[in-house]
Design a protein around this ligand. Structure first.
Ligand code: GUN
Length: 292
C-alpha cells in the first residue's frame, strides 16, 4: 500500500507555480491577482480564505480580500462582483460559500464573469467541462485528477466508482473520469439511493468517496489492490485537539488501507490539493490560458 501524499504534492506544485510566476514577471508580464469575497465570520470559511490568501503569497500572486458582514445585501454583493468583473487588474476571483440564507448563491455564482471564475462553479465552466472544452475545472476534482496523474496511477479502462453526486465533487468527478482526455475510465456513480452500492464498490478498481459520512467505506466493500481517494472531511468533536475537532474521512482507514494499492489519507490527501488547484486556475487566468 502506498499513501498518496497530497500535502507534499501540493507544496511541490505551489513551488512550480511560484517559479513560473517569477519567470512571467521577469519577462515583463503581470503578476496573477486573485480576489476573494468573504461574507460573515463562519469559522470554516475564515480558515479557508486565510489559507487561500497564504497560498497566494506562497505562489507569488497578488491577492485582495473583500470582507462583508453577515447582513450585506444581495444587491451590494452583486455590485462588488460587477466591479471585480470589470477590474482589469483582477485575473480571477471567488465568493466563499456558503452565503447567508438571504442571498441567492446561484444568482451570485452566475453573476461572476466565467472568464474570471477560478472556482469553476459558473454554468459556462461546468458545461464546457462536461463537453471537454478548455475551462476552469473546480478545485477538488482537478486536485484528484492531478494526484492520480502525479502518482502514475492508471485510469484508462478502469472501473471507477464514485460515491456521491454533489455539484462540486461527485458530478464533475464522474464527467472527468469518463472523458477520454482525463480519466478514460468506466464510471459508476452511487449515492444514498443506490441499492447495489456495496457490490459496485467491490468490483471497483478505483473508488472516489465523496459521500460525507465518516467511515462509510469498510473493508468488506473493497477488492484487494483498489485505489481509494477519500474526499470526506467531516468534523468530529475531539476534546484532545486545540480546535475541539478532527477531520474524518469517508473511509474506515485502519481496516481498508491494508487492502489498497494506493489511498489518500485524511487529512493530508485531497484537502491540501484543493487550494493548490485554485492557485493553478488563477495562474491560468493570469495567462489567459482558456479565455482571451
Ligand atoms: N466553500 C467550500 N469550498 C469552497 C470552494 O471551493 N470555493 C468557494 N468559493 N467556496 C467554498
Amino acid at each position: 500500500m502506498e499513501l498518496i501524499d497530497g500535502k507534499a504534492t501540493a507544496a511541490k506544485i505551489k513551488e512550480e507555480i511560484r517559479q513560473e510566476v517569477e519567470q512571467i514577471v521577469a519577462g515583463g508580464g503581470k503578476r496573477p491577482h486573485l480576489a476573494a469575497i468573504l461574507v460573515g465570520h463562519d469559522g470554516g470559511s475564515e480558515t479557508y480564505v486565510r489559507n487561500k490568501v497564504l497560498a497566494c503569497e506562497a505562489c507569488g500572486f497578488k491577492s485582495t480580500l473583500v470582507r462583508y458582514e453577515e447582513d450585506v445585501t444581495e444587491a451590494e454583493l452583486l455590485e462588488k462582483i460587477a466591479e471585480l468583473n470589470n477590474d482589469d487588474d483582477v485575473d480571477g476571483f471567488i465568493v466563499q460559500l456558503p452565503l447567508p440564507r438571504h442571498i441567492n448563491e446561484q444568482k451570485v455564482t452566475e453573476a461572476i464573469d466565467y472568464r474570471k471564475d477560478v472556482d469553476g462553479f459558473h454554468p459556462v465552466n461546468v458545461g464546457r467541462m462536461a463537453i471537454g472544452l478548455p475551462c476552469f475545472i473546480s478545485a477538488t476534482p482537478l486536485g484528484i485528477l492531478t494526484l492520480l496523474r502525479r502518482y502514475n496511477i492508471p485510469t484508462k479502462g478502469k472501473k471507477c466508482v464514485i460515491l456521491g453526486r454533489s455539484n462540486i465533487v461527485g458530478k464533475p468527478m464522474a464527467q472527468l473520469m469518463m472523458q477520454k482526455q482525463y480519466g478514460n475510465s468506466t464510471v459508476t456513480v452511487c449515492h444514498s439511493q443506490s441499492p447495489t452500492l456495496k457490490q459496485e464498490c467491490r468490483e471497483a478498481d478505483i473508488i472516489i468517496a465523496a459521500i460525507g459520512q465518516p467511515h462509510f467505506v469498510t473493508a468488506d466493500m473493497v477488492k484487494p489492490g483498489v485505489v481509494i481517494v477519500d474526499v470526506g472531511t467531516t468534523r468530529v468533536p475531539d476534546a484532545t485537539r486545540k480546535s475541539g475537532f478532527r477531520l474524518c474521512g469517508d473511509v474506515k482507514f485502519d481496516e481498508v488501507s491494508p487492502l489498497c494499492s494506493y489511498i489518500t489519507p485524511v487529512p493530508g490527501g485531497v484537502g491540501p490539493m484543493t487550494i493548490c488547484m485554485l492557485m493553478l486556475n488563477t495562474l491560468a487566468a493570469g495567462k489567459k490560458q482558456y479565455y482571451k
